[in-house]
Design a protein. Structure first.
Length: 821
């Protein structure tokens, strides 16, 4: 028997290994194995187990198997292969995602033996010199042994299959522990009766007089429905102590043992479960999708529902339907640690059947959630983008909430996948419907809906007759002239905050300080310095003191005056949430406020506790970054203030307008979710701005129409597919050299794709590494699936690796980049 193995490294091919006889039982597609590779021992993934091999003499043997059960199956290999192909990674790099974080190191094995049983089995063995007999001998005296110890003592490496057969008959259990000890299976002491109930009753009179406490324990254990109870629980219930239990154990009446437990993730945010009658609009949406859930057919839907239209309840009802069909459901949310409300609502409805997967969980909690999905116990998975790779089988429904959110794109690791787009492919492979939901759909998804690729579903009204809030723009430049500005706050906003606090209503203040690159604007006319070729703002590169367009590489010196009105009041922009907090403290010394941004959320559960306090009325005001715009549903919020609409408007990105519309509409949507009408005040330099006007009018269609027109004109997504190629290194000349070589090779494909010359990245240096980028565009008209783009890049990459002097500089490919900084 042979095994085809791929490794989580950039090489594209798989490698054949021989499977030694002892491991034949355990090696199968979907398990991780340890195998020699060059001079190293690596962990790889078995993708198939062929019976023959071309050069059987040359090949090496697999050393060990790491998984008892496959962690991916043939069906999911197809999905990982798609990810690898589309996002230009190796299959092994894509498969790295199917191992929960913290587990992707080599596991260490521990053997937990039933020593008495092993001794019995040892006695029954006819020959005492076999591996099995020797193992049994060791195991009958060692309750817990390390795999390494057994291997060493027996001078045998491949003892796994013998152990597996012992495990099957229940003589031992094989426990995986992690090398780095990040994640362990948790055990706690449990107690159970060691004899039949009748025998226990016979024994009670014998101990009654001397130790009444022991009798209490026995009676409690007899009365249990469960087979065992935790030692701690038993002592608490019976008000006894461990020594009583121990003496019962010595008498052979009870048994204390280690029981494997799962760490259930507890959401600290609390909310009562609510049951409502669905609104007719919700019902209509559900009816449309029901058919596809029942027929088990692939169909992508775009659910465009205004803020507060009750999308969450729609998801919940649909999940119920999928479960009824004996199918499982996957719900993706942008950043689950930031959306405790969603988790709480799902837990309220589906309880134990929900597995929560997110990055702020302890590695142990995540590991247990993952195992609970793998074993089929959890049937609903809710998590951030990586939950896409949870081992959930038998998918009947996928939901992608807030589908427009950027965090669905992985920009940290290869492959740089987009979870929303991959979710659609996953649904297709599993023949199930997928629902992309948002109040502010991405331009790409709406375009797909308009073209009939997705079916559009709409919720146009808020539930419960709640009204969308009234939105006002306040031009800070005009206010300043009227002496109605106090530093960064307009008096209008300060006055409103004061009113709301007095009335004990809730206030949310947004200052989205995501930009580090500073943009240049004119204080007099609000003009932002744009690139003449790309309609994106130019970016100030402090190191060289020039303005650069990141999309085409155009550069210019920082202008002395405004190119629009000639004013000399050129300013660089930047205000963060901490400054906003400081100022609020100054104007309202009594205010009960919390700052919500990634600096402030340094502790687990911090956000949930802030939200709890806000809900209970112990906080008046939240000030934060875009985190405060994400899905919050607090009926007491009646005012939302935005310090500067420009923070995202001026992002050096062709999606800046779209993002601004989304962010402002989302944050505005936090206000007025009950009978009290909500109000939103957005401070800006430019109250005539098209996007801001669309926000005020709640006119998604208007925003979309203009945006899609511009995208077509400039041939940006969805009309073209983009790949961003990046190189980094400590030596700038190396990075530039590599990029120049790659660019030269790529330009040979200029008849098929548009290649832009290398430019320095906006953040030109991160952690001491210089960064350069090349942008490649391919038209959807001539290259609808992106195959031409991928071929151009991969072929160039091969040539680059053969020829370039700089081939040791690593190149990163980002297909459909969401962020180019
Ligand atoms: P969205 O995600 O669309 O912004 P939510 O799902 O947060 O909106 O729903 C807004 C509020 O309306 C929530 O408090 C939710 O509990 C409530 N809600 C949802 N459906 C109904 C319904 N059919 N009747 C009454 N209230 C509802
Ligand atoms: Zn000007
Ligand atoms: Zn440009």
């Amino acid at each position: 028997m042979y095994a085809e193995v791929v490794f989580p490294f950039p090489f594209r091919n798989s490698f054949t290994y021989r499977v030694p006889g002892e491991l034949e039982d355990s090696v199968q597609a979907g398990v991780r194995v340890v195998a020699p590779f060059g001079k190293r021992i690596l962990t790889g993934f078995v993708i198939s187990t062929p019976e023959t091999c071309e050069l059987p003499d040359k090949i090496k043997e697999i050393r060990d198997v790491l998984d008892k059960y496959p962690i991916f199956d043939e069906n999911s290999i197809k999905f990982y292969q798609w990810i690898a192909d589309y996002y230009l990674s190796s299959l092994g790099e894509a498969l790295r995602n199917c191992v929960p974080a913290g587990l992707d190191v080599e596991t260490k094995r521990k053997i937990v033996a039933d020593t008495a049983y092993c001794f019995e089995l040892y006695n029954e063995e006819p020959k005492k010199n076999t591996i099995k007999a020797q193992l049994l001998q060791l195991l009958s005296v060692n309750e817990i042994t390390k795999m390494g110890f057994l291997q060493k003592t027996l001078k045998k490496k491949n003892i796994y299959s013998a152990l597996r057969s012992l495990e099957r008959i229940g003589a031992i259990s094989i426990v995986d522990e992690l090398e780095n000890a990040k994640v362990r299976i948790k055990h706690i002491k449990h107690v159970r009766l060691a004899q039949s109930k009748d025998e226990i009753f016979n024994n009670i009179p014998l101990i009654e007089k001397r130790s009444p406490k022991q009798v209490v324990i026995l009676l409690h254990l007899v009365s249990l429905k469960e087979e065992s109870v935790s030692l701690a629980g038993l002592l608490k219930k019976t008000n006894t102590n461990a020594s009583s239990v121990n003496s019962l154990a010595e008498k052979g009446l009870v048994e204390v043992f280690d029981k494997e437990v799962t760490r259930d993730y507890k959401e600290t945010f609390e909310e009562a479960k609510e049951n409502f009658t669905l609104t007719p609009a919700q019902q209509k949406v559900i009816t449309s999708v029901t058919e596809k859930i029942n027929e088990q057919k692939f169909k992508p839907y775009l659910l465009h529902g205004v803020t507060g239209s009750g999308k969450t309840q729609v998801y919940i009802e649909l999940v119920k339907l999928a479960l009824k069909q004996e199918k499982n459901a996957l719900i993706l949310v942008p950043e689950i640690s930031l959306t405790p409300q969603m988790t709480t609502r799902l837990l309220n409805h589906f309880g134990d059947e929900v597995a929560v997967l997110h990055s702020k969980m302890s590695a142990g909690e995540r590991f247990d959630s993952w195992r609970s999905v793998l074993s089929g116990k959890s049937r609903v998975v809710v998590g951030a983008r990586s939950a896409l790779f949870s081992p959930l089988k038998n998918l009947g429904l996928i939901v992608v909430d807030e589908e427009h959110d950027q965090s669905y794109k992985n920009h940290e690791m290869v492959p740089k996948y987009h979870a929303r787009d991959a979710a659609v492919v996953l649904a297709q492979m599993n023949s199930c419907p997928v629902i992309l939901g948002s109040a502010t759909p991405s331009i790409e998804s709406m375009y797909n809906a308009e073209n009939g690729k997705y079916e559009l579903l709409e919720l146009k009204e808020r539930v419960d007759n709640a009204q969308l809030p009234e939105i006002k723009l306040v031009n800070v430049n005009i206010e300043k002239k009227k002496h109605r500005m106090e530093n960064i706050f307009s008096k209008t906003l300060l006055e409103e905050i004061k009113k709301r606090i007095e009335k004990k209503e809730g206030v949310i203040i947004l200052q989205n300080r995501r930009g580090f690159a500073t943009q240049v604007y004119c204080e007099d006319c609000g003009e932002i310095q744009m690139c003449s070729e790309c309609s994106v703002p130019m970016v100030h590169h402090i190191s060289k003191n020039i303005l650069v367009c990141h999309y085409c590489g155009n550069s210019m010196p920082v202008p002395k005056g405004c190119t629009n009105c000639g004013s000399l009041s050129i300013k660089f922009f930047g205000t963060g949430t901490q400054r906003v907090e400081d100022e609020l403290d100054f104007y309202f010394p009594e205010i009960r406020m919390e700052r919500v941004d990634s600096d402030a959320l340094n502790k687990k559960g911090k956000l949930a506790s802030i939200f709890n306090d806000f809900k209970k009325g112990e906080l008046d005001l939240l000030v934060g970054t875009q985190i405060v715009a994400k899905g919050l549903d607090f009926s007491k919020v009646t005012l939302v203030g935005v310090i500067a609409a420009e923070t995202s408007l001026w992002m050096p990105d062709f999606r800046a307008d779209e993002r601004t519309f989304q962010l402002l509409t989302q944050v505005a949507g936090r206000a007025g979710r009950s009978k009290e009408k909500g109000e939103v005040i957005i401070q800006t330099q430019d109250h005539e701005n098209f996007v801001l006007k669309k926000v005020v009018m709640n006119d998604y269609e208007g925003m979309y129409k203009r945006e899609i027109g511009m995208r077509e004109e400039m041939s940006y997504p969805p009309f073209a597919r983009i790949c961003l190629i990046e190189a980094k290194d400590e030596k700038e000349e190396n990075v530039y050299g590599a990029m120049k070589d790659f660019y030269q090779i790529l330009t040979r494909y200029s008849n098929y794709v548009t290649v832009y010359p290398p430019t320095e990245a906006i953040i030109a240096k991160i952690k001491g590494q210089y960064r350069y980028q090349i942008l490649v565009k391919s038209s959807r008209k001539t290259d609808s699936g992106g195959a031409v783009l991928r071929k151009a890049i991969l072929d160039s990459f091969i040539e680059f690796n053969e020829k370039s002097r700089y081939r040791n500089i690593k190149l990163y490919f980002d297909i459909d980049p969401q962020n180019i900084m």
